[in-house]
Design a protein around this ligand. Structure first.
Ligand code: ISL
Length: 543
């Protein structure tokens, strides 16, 4: 199974550097903190670490607004720290995947500042999407595109002469101007940034909003757009040519480097186009992340995922949570709806944490048994849930501000990791820290720290460690195919070859175990030899 390219069945651990570990005591995580805690990721059994942006940034979107793609923000450390981390990780058998944000930069990026300074009609402005406004005094945005963080996707600048002037496109926050990817200088710059980090030994790139780079020609209003993609600001044909160019850059290295695309597109055919052999190697599986805790829904999305990836020969990926989504313990534990992905709608509705935790454990064993690559978001392994009671005035996500609070934002899944101790900062910062954690940690996290869970056989952490150890040792797990086995309603059961069986009970009733010779692992205790609801078991099947 563990043959061929490493990324076809890797376990990749996502670090959100602000919230992982704070070595210098300013309340914000940093690279020194990651270096000090690499052992945790190693002991967990991951193969690689994807690190959310660590570049120079005013942090309008916590690093997804980049002012210098080749250097590290002082909040996180120095370039030497990053290089040391890459080297140490390699020694520990971990590859480092960095986050690349090519759709937009920061409004403090020198090229954007130069564009503002150079005035309308200047060649500098062509690197971005500057347009005059509509209306008499140009006081209305140039088109009707919406920002992902609420309101129009445009901001108006003050011209060098002090007058209100042109507008620039920014699909996210005002501090994140979109690059004009039609411009050759933008293309050259990013090819050079790729080489810069490849030369420093990174194993690959996670590509932020990978489907947004190319825009429909003329930036038409939504009603006027006649193209084939869902929206004029995303999934344009022209984006594929960009990725073919990037792939050539990557392939000029040692063949061990990988791209993973972040893109939300539920049309399987259009999605698969990004994964063609001369484009990107892999992409996050967001349809799976959004699937309800329901046997039919899960099976449908698993089958569709496998079928669409097989068409292009790309490895499947399985993701349960990340720094943008409500943590899955909470999603699976929604009492009133049974499941919930839409955070704006469901925020604060009752959550059964015990139920959510049981399902999260079962889901973890499911993803680790499926063919392909598994992503773990920091804290998944601790069974952390969405922290929903962060007071409004302490929330930091630009999505909260942009929507006037209609969107509770993503802070609840970004709360700093609890390492040890019985109260905040739970070892996230040193004992003599100058500042508290940048987001408040819950008062009841004492039992959820890494230290508290270590050695406790019932803990989420030990379940993850055991499961990844079995996955590593079992030739049947990892890349390959699966075969569904007959199972009662609400139960999913499949074999991975060599007799390895995974059975998930998504029904409300205890279920019989399939015939087996050995019980390898369960996500929770069996009930008189039966598989209880919301539980997964790994078995050695009877041949
Ligand atoms: O969570 C969302 C909005 O609140 C998503 O729409 C998200 O913004 C989208 O998936 C793109 O996410 C990526 O790019 C954003 C950044 O804020 C996210 O953290 C990043 O993962 C802009 O760079």
């Amino acid at each position: 199974p563990h043959t061929g390219a490493w990324w076809r069945d890797a376990v990749i651990y996502q670090v959100y550097p602000r919230s992982f570990a704070d070595a210098d005591g300013d309340g914000v995580g940093d690279i020194a903190g990651i270096r000090a805690r690499l052992g945790h990721i190693r002991e967990l059994g991951a193969d690689a670490v994807w690190i959310s942006p660590w570049y120079v940034s005013p942090m309008a979107d916590h690093g997804y607004d980049v002012a210098d793609y080749r250097d590290i923000d002082p909040l996180f450390g120095t370039r030497a720290d990053a290089e040391a981390l890459i080297a140490e990780a390699r020694e520990a058998g971990l590859r480092i995947v960095v986050d690349l944000v090519p759709n937009h930069c920061s409004d403090r990026h020198p090229w954007f500042r130069a564009a503002v300074a150079a005035g309308p009609g200047s060649p500098e402005r062509e690197l971005f999407h500057f347009r005059p406004g509509r209306g008499e005094g140009g006081e209305l945005p140039p088109n009707d595109w919406p920002s992902n963080f609420g309101g129009p996707a445009w901001s108006r600048i003050t011209e060098p002469d002090g007058r209100p002037g042109e507008w620039y496109l920014r699909m996210f926050a005002a501090g994140q101007p979109d690059w004009n990817w039609d411009h050759p200088a933008v293309r050259e710059e990013f090819a050079s940034v790729l080489r810069f980090w490849l030369d420093r030994g990174v194993a690959g790139f996670r590509i932020d909003v990978a489907d947004y780079l190319a825009k429909a020609p003329g930036l038409p209003d939504r009603a006027e757009y006649t193209g084939e993609s869902r929206d004029p600001w995303s999934d344009q044909d022209a984006v594929h040519e960009i990725y073919r160019g990037w792939r050539r850059v990557l392939d000029s290295y040692d063949g061990e480097r990988v791209f993973v695309a972040e893109l939300w597109n539920d049309d399987p055919v259009r999605f698969a186009r990004y994964l063609r052999p001369d484009e990107l190697h892999s992409a996050f599986n967001f349809p799976f992340l959004q699937a309800r805790w329901d046997a039919r829904a899960m099976r449908e999305v698993i089958d569709a995922t496998i079928a669409e990836h097989a068409l292009v020969g790309a490895p499947t990926t399985w993701v349960l949570s990340n720094h943008d989504t409500t943590r899955h313990v909470t999603r699976y534990g929604r009492v009133e709806t049974g499941y919930g992905f839409n955070r704006a709608e469901l925020h604060g509705t009752p959550v059964d944490l015990e139920l959510g935790t049981r399902r999260a454990r079962a889901a973890a064993l499911l993803t680790m048994a499926l063919p392909g690559c598994v992503y773990i978001y920091q804290g998944d392994e601790l069974g952390l849930w969405e922290v929903e009671d962060i007071p409004m005035e302490l929330r930091q996500d630009p999505a909260v501000v942009g929507t006037g609070g209609a969107d509770p934002g993503r802070d609840g899944c970004r709360v700093p990791i609890p390492w040890d101790g019985d109260r905040a900062p739970y070892g996230f910062s040193p004992p003599d820290a100058d500042a508290g954690p940048w987001l408040p940690q819950p008062a009841d996290w004492k039992a959820h720290t890494v230290a508290a869970q270590t050695g406790d056989p019932d803990s989420s952490l030990e379940l993850y460690r055991r499961a990844l150890a079995v996955r590593r040792a079992e030739p049947a797990l990892g890349d390959g195919t699966l075969t569904w086995l007959p199972a009662p309603g609400g139960v999913l059961s499949f074999t991975r070859g060599q007799g390895l069986v995974c059975t998930v009970n998504l029904s409300g009733e205890p279920a019989e175990l399939p015939p087996h010779t050995e019980l390898l692992l369960t996500s929770g205790p069996l009930d008189h030899g039966l598989l209880p609801p919301d539980t997964t078991v790994w078995l050695r099947g009877a041949e």
